[in-house]
Design a protein around this ligand. Structure first.
Ligand code: ADP
Ligand code: X2W
Length: 302
């Protein structure tokens, strides 16, 4: 009997703890980058279902989530099946004409509808778009040695505002185009940051395959719970941020210096990690504090 009461009390206290955050974040835009690795976790279907539940819950309590997704491992899989070699330079996939077609097929044809469908199990919430739709992402070639890898030159967020105003959850595949209609393959981390800035998002959240930033990649105990753009500049200069973490951290630094409230790096493999970050006092993962951001950390400006 008393255990039943304890369990019920715990459930109630979790809901009560969420209340101030539900109030605070009502109407706020949260850009969530869902990496291909998070999607390709041990149990793909379960990981995606849990993620979809979090997005739907955020939307139902009045937040305005925007999903930007990757699909790197999935592009590599198809390339392998087609007998094509994959080559990365500084974390970016060397993209010839055939590879940009493959990237477009995988991102807009496979990963995007998978995420949209998982969200829409719960109702008619999600709409998938690519950066080509509504001229959302204008891009230009980054470096001719990388082929059709794009740098974002401009974000035209009208199509996203339209979807948000109609209460949809935009799900964005990161293919952009130049003024001549040429498609480019763009790193999803970079796009998420640029979109968060253009929307003046309250939060930019990266879901990845590690619990957050570490001072020493090999030491789980060195997790950084809260940091600033200035401190991150130093960690980058010291070579502590490496590999696939570099574009995430660069985007977080840029975003919090350009109007985004806070940025977060979280472990997408943890069940309901988004809810744990947004709706609990303790938060989770690494938070990069912006100038205007509010935090979920106890004793802060809650
Ligand atoms: N300082 C650091 N703290 C945490 N992870 C780091 C750090 N430096 C490099 N990494 C690496 O970055 C990886 C996440 O980047 P990546 O594999 O590209 O993720 P995703 O596929 O989700 O975009 C981690 O698994 C980790 O190995
Ligand atoms: C230019 C470039 O490298 N583009 C990425 C786009 C997908 C992506 O970024 O996916 P993740 O977030 O899952 O890594 C690629 O081709 O893999």
């Amino acid at each position: 009997m008393s255990t039943d009461h304890d369990a019920a009390g715990l459930k109630a206290s979790i809901l009560v703890e969420a209340l101030p955050y539900i109030r605070r974040f009502a109407g706020k835009i949260v850009v969530v980058k869902y990496g291909g690795n998070a999607l390709a976790g041990t149990s793909e279907h379960d990981a995606l279902s849990l993620f979809a539940e979090d997005i739907v819950l955020m939307r139902l309590v009045g937040m305005r989530p925007v999903v930007v997704h990757g699909g790197g491992p999935q592009i590599s899989d198809l390339m392998k099946r087609l007998g094509k070699e994959t080559e990365f330079v500084d974390g970016l996939r060397v993209t010839d004409a055939e590879t940009v077609d493959i990237a477009r097929m995988v991102l807009k044809g496979q990963v995007n509808p998978q995420i949209v469908a998982a969200i829409n199990v719960h109702g008619h919430y999600a709409v998938g778009v690519s950066g080509v739709d509504g001229g959302l992402i204008r891009a230009t070639a980054r470096d001719e040695r990388l082929g059709f890898v794009g740098d974002v030159t401009e974000i035209n967020p009208e199509v996203i505002h339209g979807l948000l105003d109609d209460e949809f959850v935009p799900v964005i595949a990161t293919i952009g185009s130049d003024i001549n209609g040429q498609a480019y393959n763009i790193n999803a981390d970079t796009v998420a940051g640029a979109i968060a800035e253009s929307l003046g998002a309250e939060k930019l959240v990266y879901l990845t395959d590690i619990e957050g930033l570490r001072r020493d990649v090999a030491d789980a105990a060195s997790l950084i719970r809260q940091t600033t753009a200035d401190e991150l500049d130093q960690l980058v200069a010291d070579g502590i941020i490496a590999g696939g973490m570099i574009p995430k951290v660069a985007s977080c630094i840029h975003a919090v210096r350009n109007g985004v409230g806070n940025a977060h790096i979280l472990d997408g493999r943890i069940a309901h990690v988004l809810l744990l970050e947004i709706f609990t006092d303790s938060g989770i993962g690494t938070m990069i504090k912006g100038l205007h951001g509010t935090t979920g950390l106890q004793g802060d400006d809650a």
